[in-house]
Structures are given as C-alpha cells and as structure tokens.
Design a protein around this ligand. Sequence first.
Ligand code: NAP
Length: 463
Amino acid sequence: MLKRAGYDEVTVFERGDRLGGVWHHNTYPGAACDIPSHLYEFSFAPNPRWSRRYAPQAEIQAYLEDVARSHDVLDRIRTGTDVTSARWDEERKRWTLETSAGVHEADVLVTACGQLSVPAVPPIPGLDSFAGPAFHTARWRHDVDITGKRVAVIGTGCSAIQVVPAIQPTVAQVDVYQRSPGWTLPKMDFPYSERSKRLFERFPVLQRLDRASVFAFQELAAAAMTRHRWLLRVFRAISRRRINAAITDPELRRKVTPTDEIGCKRIMLTDDWYPTLTKPNVELVSDRIAEVTPAGIRTQDGVERPADVLVLATGFATHGFVAPLEIAGAGARRLTDEWAEVPRAYLGLSVPGFPNMFLLYGPNTNGGSGSVVNTIEAGMGHVIAALEELERADARRIEVSRQVAEAFDRELRTALAGTVWHSGCTNWYVDENGHDPNQWPWLWTAYRRRTERIEPGAYALDR
Ligand code: NAP
C-alpha cells in the first residue's frame, strides 16, 4: 500500500525467516482460516483461485508471498531480523531502531507485530518435567512423528478444534484437556470447483459480490456481539442444536455445552469437532489439570493419563502488542509506561507522546468476527492519509492530540462495557482487571469510516 501510494523508501523488519506472520508460524495439522477467503484477502489483490471457501494455511502463506512478489516489495523485507528497541530523537525528528543487524533510522515507524504472535505457555506445574516432545501449536514440531502415539492436547480454542480432528485418525489416543468449552457454529466449508474459479476470474464482480455478502454477515455478527445482543439467541439455538445432533452421550454433551454467553469467547467455526470427540480414541477431559508429570498429565481427581507427546493449544500473550520490542517516544517516555494500566491508542493506531509512530492491528482493533486483513488495510489507509498530511503541511512531525485520544478512549470504554465479551467468561480479550485492550466495540464499517481520513484537529503537525 505504501508503494502504491508512492512511498518508495520502506524497510520491513521481520524476525521470522519468511514473511507471513501467523500464517508462516502456525503450520499445525488442520490449520486454516475461519474467515471466508474472499474477505480474507487484500481488496487490491483479489484471488479468484482460492481452492476452498476457507483457505488452508499453506495457501494463505503462498497468497501473501505472491502479493509481495507481484507488488515487487520482497527486496524491502529483511527477514531473520529482530528489532529490539525504537527511540524517538526529538532533535532530528527521526526514529532510531536497534536491530539484530545493526542500527536503522527512519522518519516514520509503523509497527505490525500482530496480536497473536507470542505463544502463551501456561504456568502448569511440572510442564518442564515432561519427558517426551512438548510444543505449542504455533511452533508445531514436524520432525516429531505422532503416528500411533498417545497425544495430550491442552486447550479447546480455535487452534485445538482444528488440530484434534486433523490428528485423530493417525494417533493411537488423543486426550483433550478442556478448561471451559466454547460455542461453535457450522463452518460449511467446501472446495471451489474449477468452473467457479473460472467464473470468479472472468467476472470479478461475482467475487466482489461474494466478498460483500461475507462482509454483511460478519457485520451482523459484530452487531450481535456489541449493540444488538438479542441476536445472539439465534446463534445460541443453532449451536445447541448441533451439539445435540452430533453427541448422544449425555455426559459428553454436558461437558461440551458452555454455560457462558455465546460470543463471549470467540465463536468457533467447525464441522468436525463434535464428531471427533465421539471417536473411540478421543477423550475429552474436563477435570482440572493438577500437574504435568514426566509420563503424562495428572488431573485434580488423581487420575494420571499417559502421553508420548504434549501439545499446548493454549493461545497467545495478546496484551503486549509490540512486546518485547521496547519503544521510547518524546521525552524518552516508554510505551510500556504509557500503557501501564492498559494499552490504548487513538483508533488503535496512534499514541500521544509517540510522534511519527503508527500501530497496525493495534489496541482495540480486533473484532469478534471480521477479517484482520480488512482491519490492517483500513489502518494502513489511515497511515497513508497521515503521511499525506505531513507532506501537505511541509512538516516533519505528526502527533495525535492527547485530548482527542482520551476522548476516543472514553467513548471506546463506554461502548466496550456493553459488549458480550464482558459478560463473564475467560477469553483472550479481557484481562484479570477487566481491561479489554483488544476489541473494537462497533461495526467494521465504522472502523473503515473513522480511519479513512484525518479528522481536523486530531493530529498536531510541526516542522
Ligand atoms: P485461545 O482461543 O486463546 O484458546 C486457548 C485455550 O487454551 C482455551 O481453551 C483455554 O481455556 C486454554 N488454556 C489456556 N491456559 C490454560 C491453562 N493454564 N490450563 C488449561 N487450559 C488453558 O487460543 P487459540 O485457540 O490459539 O486461538 C487464539 C485466537 O487465534 C483465536 O481466537 C482466533 O482469533 C485465532 N485463530 C484463528 C484461527 C483461524 O481459523 N483463523 C485458528 C486458530 C486461531 P479457557 O477457554 O478456559 O481460557
């Protein structure tokens, strides 16, 4: 997007050995997107040739690399390079970055570190004592052959519900340790026929129509989780019916039926989770884990189940945003101090006291539904609008007004309080103190509208 807008001097630092972020790192069996592909792509790079309604990981990774290649930006990306700190130099109106490959200077800093990039390892006693291979879903060990093995999976979130059905046919036994169940809805995934792909190619309007219909559905879901919660009753009825249709054992039904509101945790899309749980080599364990032992996992009821391989499907550290990167803005103020109570940013993009800095997919830009690709694209549109303001004013420094940022934050917190995410469940949005630095509490159209231009008075421009 920067290149398309005429900004040529761009350097991208990527600590991984390839671009792709989560799609590069999450290679666990069954990894796929749960947003239909026609919405999970850049508006300026439509792909009529997705193999399925919900593309698998390798295909999304290939798409992202293809977009970078076809827009001729691969040579801007310095892979395998860690940025450890970024410091604003007020005199020179520049950012100085310390990287594993040396110092780099820039006029403008854009962070794009993701919200789901740092795997969370739970503080379960004895975890380090496990004798066999133990790894997180986002760091899948493909060198470990799980065929015929006893596998323990901890967690029943979006990653687990993809991994377990994918490995169940090949392993001897899979024990799934559930702390609290989540609601699910039918995924209704299907492959696109060669004919449909050709139609999408020949008539791009068809793909745009499909994209618009997916977007409309996601907006409906966003409305249900935020302002029109009565709509959730419909989703809940569908979800309950599916549990009853797939599972006859009353004990298993009870275990998988959540007691919290649908949408409080991210709703999971799946067609094979419940059928998999009924297989003879699968056990859903809902007793609390007491400890991991060298040979397996012991639950609080005293039962120890043996395991050869341990998989942590335990999610991510989602409240750091740019962590462990250390950022110091004007007056050497550290971003971690600015965010001591909770990470906050105007439109998720800019922080007072941190001039010429923008955060993509920053605080409060995640939706309970919707496509992160859309969010990033809207955010980047805002960054480009800000850069254009800088040029128009012949300025060298742009900083969001603290007053404007605080007013936005008050509006945001008020709206968040009424959402389903605060209705009492564990999810990766709300922390122990009730702060929610992740979610956008309005429709996605509102995010696009609010980010597409620079509001008069929102930013101060200086030479
Ligand atoms: P997650 O949704 O945060 O789930 C983590 C799971 O681990 C939960 O079941 C949690 O239980 C459990 N857990 C955490 N700590 C535990 C502990 N100490 N003891 C026992 N269980 C523990 O993580 P995720 O499944 O990796 O998904 C994270 C997000 O990534 C998703 O919400 C989604 O946005 C994204 N994702 C997307 C896709 C996709 O299809 N596009 C696929 C995977 C992930 P509780 O529920 O009780 O907290």
